[in-house]
Design a protein around this ligand. Structure first.
Ligand SMILES: [Zn+2]
Length: 72
């Protein structure tokens, strides 16, 4: 399964009223991904806060990932 669909276009993201910029390359468009965090490791480590959905934005240029616990 490809990481990104070919027809998907990266989007600009606003967090707390500010445009999100990649902290690595300063690019400003991202692919949005939703991920479930209830992994076996999280359960083993008793990280209850991690047993929830998270959202990540993957930089369209350098693929650096920024994670958020709540949808932005
Ligand atoms: Zn980047």
């Amino acid at each position: 399964m490809p990481l990104f669909e070919k027809e998907e276009t990266p989007v600009k993201v606003r967090i707390q009223g500010k445009t999100l910029h990649c902290r690595i390359c300063d690019h400003d468009t991202f692919y949005k991904r939703r991920s479930q965090l209830n992994t076996r490791a999280a359960t083993f480590l008793n990280l209850d806060w991690a047993n929830r959905s998270a959202f990540c934005y993957v930089c369209a240029k350098c693929s650096h990932i920024d994670w958020f616990l709540e949808e932005q």
